[in-house]
Design a protein around this ligand. Structure first.
Ligand SMILES: *[C@@H]1O[C@H](CO)[C@@H](O)[C@H](O)[C@H]1NC(C)=O
Length: 607
């Protein structure tokens, strides 16, 4: 099946292959690269030494040059670093000078040339500076020339400035009490570690970049460069680390053009790969980054369906960036495998066994936890690959029909449309909706933007109203983690919340949908709603040293703060709010980027 898949895949490229070959862009660089790559390692070393000697000679005779040499760090700080100070409201990172002396050349035999890896992202790279002109040398090794960063203008209005102020407040507390740890506990002024990968710094990298916060980006980059090590003897969750860490490293690479991020991504991606060594190819949920041993979760023999199907954007991008197909191949195979499994009208149970490759029958069907992003990545993978992999779109379309038919109901009183869950293999309907499921209207709108039926937009608009009500009906104006809907005719009240479900974790899904809906429809109501929610976060979750999850959205005088600021608050929630309030709704264009499940933008390719 995989062979068949790949064959289709390559064939689909062929019409475009000539276009790239004829592109005149990057030709001078190409021949230089080719010349360079044809040198032996010894010849390259000679060139390095001569270049270094020449540079040192020049530096030595330059007036005032001695300050440039920093004996303490043993590093030659290039003059480029001083360019970190940029004029206000523009954001530009210089190309990083690559320190090739201490970098091993990748083994050439690891890089198998494949036509699809010589593809450029669809965007015209004129202003975006993405890796549009990757070139291939005689042995098929791919090189992206050094790249310039994408420019963002910084805040353009008061709402955006308010979001930046919130970000800086959170960042300050994190820096003071939790720097280098995964999460800030803002009330006790301590920290929480989950994978010990500095999650908050890594997740926030591209948010910082998009906000144009030069100083913060420099310190975060420095930490990633010097202190983010993946050689840690600890089990991590494949899905979480892929969407939060791998995704952010890749998007930071694409936005800033700084190859250090890609090098880190390659190291991490390589350590995650053993997850795929199961009998079925469906990945194990956990892996030890140091021993590289993968296994199922401790509490169950099964992996979550959404987890094994929400790693493909990142692994594919890693392959496209490096020219090494093994990442994309492993992850794409999982999607194809799940495609081949029997489903009920496109809907999937939430557990899948890595050894047998089968769904656990009778497990719940939901667009909330453990199901949600399976549907999201069907659409987004289709977009990422230039709408060339038909089965992804078809499965998405079928699933949305299944959702409309089997999962949607209306409340008795005000006829709000919501998405419920099917239990026991589809026998019982439960009128329960996770806040997580509020990502769906944004994803539906993204599909319509890419040519899917207008009918999906009607569903999206209705779900937006329901999700908005989840916020608006609470006295704190913050939605609970889970809402139950009232479908009994003759009763009053549309929704209710159980005590155990009344928490708000600063989650992004609804503001994510607001941003998509605003960008695609231009309807300012969505900005207005976002502003109301932002103010509720300010009022009920802001504490002296950051922002905290709360335990009870139903009681404004006792919100039961939980003393936890998860990395997605900086990585996603504040990013989407900042983008939502932009005067230019297309500041991060949906035709150039596809955002992963953790709001990290990755380039759209044309195949
Ligand atoms: C904008 O969206 C709101 C909420 O769905 C809706 O009530 C309103 O009619 C929309 N406005 C326009 C101009 O479409």
């Amino acid at each position: 099946m995989l062979g068949q898949f790949k064959k289709d895949y390559v064939a689909l490229n062929l019409p475009n292959a000539g276009v790239d070959a004829n592109s005149s862009r990057g030709w001078p660089k190409k021949s230089l690269w080719r010349w360079w790559n044809q040198l032996s390692r010894f010849q390259r070393s000679v060139v390095y030494v001569l270049t270094l000697a020449a540079c040192l000679t020049v530096l030595y005779f330059l007036p005032g040059a001695h300050a440039i040499w920093n004996p303490g760090s043993g590093k030659l700080n290039t003059a480029l670093d001083s360019n970190y100070i940029t004029p206000p409201l523009t954001f530009f990172f210089p190309k990083k000078a690559e320190n090739s002396l201490d970098k091993e050349e990748p083994a050439e035999e690891n890089y198998v040339h494949e036509e699809i890896y010589n593809k450029k992202p669809v965007q015209d790279t004129g202003d975006m500076g993405l890796n549009g002109n990757a070139v291939t040398n005689a042995v098929g090794q791919i090189h992206s020339p050094p790249r310039e960063g994408v420019k963002f203008s910084g805040p353009t209005n008061e709402r955006q400035s308010a979001v930046i102020a919130a970000f800086k407040h959170a960042w300050k507390g994190y820096k003071k009490y939790a720097w280098g740890h995964d999460h800030l506990k803002p009330i006790t002024g301590t920290f929480h570690d989950w994978f010990s990968l500095g999650l908050t710094i890594v997740d926030a990298l591209d948010t910082i970049y998009i906000m144009g916060l030069t100083e913060e980006f420099a310190e975060a980059r420095e930490w990633v460069d010097t202190s983010l090590h993946f050689d840690v003897n600890r089990d991590v969750n494949l899905f979480e680390v892929t969407i939060r860490v791998l995704g952010s490293l890749l998007s930071s690479y694409h936005l800033s053009g700084d190859k250090m991020f890609l090098d880190k991504a390659v190291d991490l991606g390589t350590r995650l790969l053993p997850c795929f060594n199961s009998d079925s190819g469906v990945p194990y949920s956990d892996v030890n980054l140091a021993t590289r041993k993968a296994h199922s979760p401790k509490w169950s023999p099964d992996s979550s369906t959404s987890e094994v199907t929400t790693i493909q954007l990142e692994f594919r991008d890693l392959s496209r960036c490096t020219g090494d197909p093994k990442f994309e191949d492993s992850a794409a195979k999982v999607s194809l495998h799940v495609h081949g499994l029997e489903k009920s009208e496109g809907l999937v149970p939430i557990f899948i066994n890595a050894n047998t490759g089968h769904f656990r029958s009778y497990s719940t069907i939901t667009l909330g936890a453990r199901g949600d992003s399976y549907y999201e990545y069907l659409l987004k993978q289709w977009i990422q690959t230039g709408q060339t992999i038909d089965y992804l779109r078809d499965d998405f379309m079928e699933a949305i029909s299944g959702v409309m038919k089997h999962l949607t109901r209306r409340t008795a009183q005000n006829k709000y449309l919501f998405i419920g869950e099917l239990l026991a293999g589809g026998r019982d309907f439960k009128p329960k909706m996770d806040h997580l499921a509020c990502y769906l209207p944004g994803t539906l709108a993204l599909g319509v933007h890419n040519g899917l039926p207008q009918e999906h937009m009607l569903l999206a608009e209705e779900l937006m109203i329901t999700c908005y009500q989840m916020y608006a009906q609470q006295p704190t104006f913050l939605a609970p983690e889970i809402t139950y809907f009232n479908i009994q005719e003759g009763t009053t009240g549309d929704m209710s919340v159980k005590t155990n479900d009344a928490h708000n974790l600063l989650r992004p899904e609804f503001v994510e949908s607001l941003w998509y809906m605003y960008q695609i429809t231009g309807n300012q109501t969505y900005q207005q709603w976002g502003w109301q929610i932002f103010q509720a976060f300010e009022k009920y979750t802001k504490v002296a040293n950051g922002y905290t999850s709360i335990g009870n959205v139903r009681n404004p005088v006792n919100t039961r703060p939980r003393d936890m600021m998860e990395s997605f608050f900086l990585g996603e929630t504040l990013k989407y709010l900042y983008l939502l309030f932009s005067d230019d709704p297309h500041v991060l264009s949906l035709d150039k980027y596809v955002l992963n499940s953790e709001a990290h933008p990755l380039p759209i390719y044309d195949t």
